[in-house]
Design a protein around this ligand. Structure first.
Ligand SMILES: Nc1nc2c(ncn2[C@@H]2O[C@H](COP(=O)(O)OP(=O)(O)OP(=O)(O)O)[C@@H](O)[C@H]2O)c(=O)[nH]1
Ligand SMILES: [Mg+2]
Length: 431
């Protein structure tokens, strides 16, 4: 059968055929569920908030367990991120949960760069996934996906307004991660103040163009609950792992000298709303949004940065291979240009060095000539001196011979004449 015939059959003219009996492909969704359950799931939460705002306590309360983690000091020189992964099991569903928490956030005098380590961390997880995706032999099903699915942004319960650090950080993160803002330690704020605080926060987020995560309303089954919950954002939460007996039930609560706050009481705080929205209703949507929106954006920017395009300047489709070849040619051209430049530079250097050496040789010759002349002058002077000394020696020898002659004559003439000889010696310069 020709290829065009096949296309016609599966395309517009595709017939609906009634089945005569049960075939079994209605079990496909079950197969999918079984496969997913056996593979397990992963969910990664990032908690961003100032030191001591109750991040660890809230995570412990949410997952009903005690995760390890030391409280941070307020003396950190910069912001860091601490990541821990846990394997959790509920019924027959396994969940690989990663909790990443900021350490030292908001503790520095200069908070200008506080958002950077967080952005870098999120990007690093995207980059790791992209690298895995680009591998020739990729094993994405076994890959531990560390991309952040939800960012719980802890707002201090000031009852006033958002701090500039909060606005700047959320603005930098909103295109990279699903931000769910929460008012931490909301037991510190009165009911009427809380209502005003929520309105203030929402209006500040809108006026600064910060996009927070909206629970999806396109799926009918959850549209109503999600729509209602969107209106409750930011959730005001309280965390506690302490269980107190209230009535005849043990409940998570915080006890104060004046009374008790129940974490799971919706009249006291929005903890239950957060748990429902984050875990029970929208966990899959958060994972999905991370992949289809935030990761997709990162991937697109990264590939464009690397020079890949889907279309050429005339809007014609441009395949990956064409892009690769164009890039390769561009690279080879640049390499050749660089090589030529280096060759030219090398020739120029050699010429300069040659000129330098010639100059040095000339200087050496001049120095040699000067020294030679100096040496000749010196030699001449010494020869003159030697000659005058030779003359002196000769004159001395002559005088000596004359004196010896006189002496021998004197000894013959007798001692009377000694005086006279002495006188003559003196005249000759011997006495
Ligand atoms: N009043 C009140 N106190 C809370 C709440 N949640 C936690 N705390 C207390 O706040 C203190 C700090 O809580 P942590 O959970 O360690 O805070 P953290 O944000 O993890 O702190 P670091 O990891 O050190 O940045 C502890 O004493 C908690 O008991 C809350 O909702 N309300
Ligand atoms: Mg902590």
């Amino acid at each position: 059968m020709a290829a065009t015939d096949i296309a016609r059959q599966v395309g517009e003219g595709c017939r609906t055929v009634p089945l005569a009996g049960h075939v079994g492909f209605d079990s496909l969704p079950d197969q999918l569920v079984n496969k997913s359950v056996s593979q397990g799931f992963c969910f990664n939460i990032l908690c961003v908030g100032e030191t001591g705002l109750g991040k660890s306590t809230l995570m412990d309360t949410l997952f009903n367990t005690k995760f390890e983690g030391e409280p941070a000091t307020h003396t950190q020189p910069g912001v860091q991120l601490r990541s821990n992964t846990y394997d959790l099991q509920e019924s027959n569903v396994g969940l690989k949960l990663t909790i990443v928490s900021t350490v030292g956030f908001g503790d520095q005098i200069n908070k200008e760069d506080s958002y950077k380590p967080i952005v870098e961390f999120i990007d690093a997880q995207f980059e790791a996934y992209l690298q895995e995706e680009l591998k020739i032999r990729r094993v994405l099903h076994a890959y531990h996906d560390s991309r952040i699915h939800a960012c719980l942004y802890f707002i201090a319960p000031t009852g006033h307004s958002l701090k500039s650090l909060d606005l700047v950080t959320m603005k930098k993160l909103d295109s990279k991660v699903n931000i769910i803002p929460i008012i931490a330690k909301s037991d510190a704020i009165s009911k009427s103040e809380l209502t005003k605080f929520k309105i203030k926060i929402t209006s500040e987020l809108v006026s600064n163009g910060v996009q927070i995560y909206q629970f999806p309303t396109d799926d009918e089954s959850v549209a109503e609950i999600n729509g209602t919950m969107n209106a409750h954002l930011p959730f005001a939460v309280i965390g506690s792992t302490e269980e107190l007996k209230i009535g005849n039930k043990m409940m998570k609560a915080r006890q104060y000298p004046w009374g008790t706050v129940q974490v799971e009481n919706e009249a006291h705080c929005d903890f239950v709303k957060l748990r429902e929205m984050l875990i029970r209703v929208n966990m899959e949507d958060l994972r999905e949004q991370t992949h289809s929106r935030h990761y997709e954006l990162y991937r697109r920017c990264k590939l464009e940065e690397m020079g890949f395009q889907d279309t050429d300047p005339d809007s014609k489709p441009f395949s990956l291979q064409e892009t690769y070849e164009a890039k390769r040619n561009e690279f080879l051209g640049e390499l050749q240009k660089k090589e030529e430049e280096m060759r030219q530079m090398f020739v120029q250097r050699v010429k300069e060095k040659e000129a330098e050496l010639k100059e040095a040789e000339k200087e050496l010759h001049e120095k040699f000539d000067r020294l030679k002349k100096l040496h000749q002058d010196e030699k001449k002077k010494l020869e003159d001196k030697k000659k005058s000394l030779d003359d002196e020696v000769n004159a001395f020898k002559q005088r000596k011979t004359a004196a010896e002659l006189l002496q021998s004559q004197g000894s013959q003439a007798g001692g009377s004449q000694t005086l006279k000889r002495d006188k003559e010696k003196k005249n000759l310069g011997f006495l």
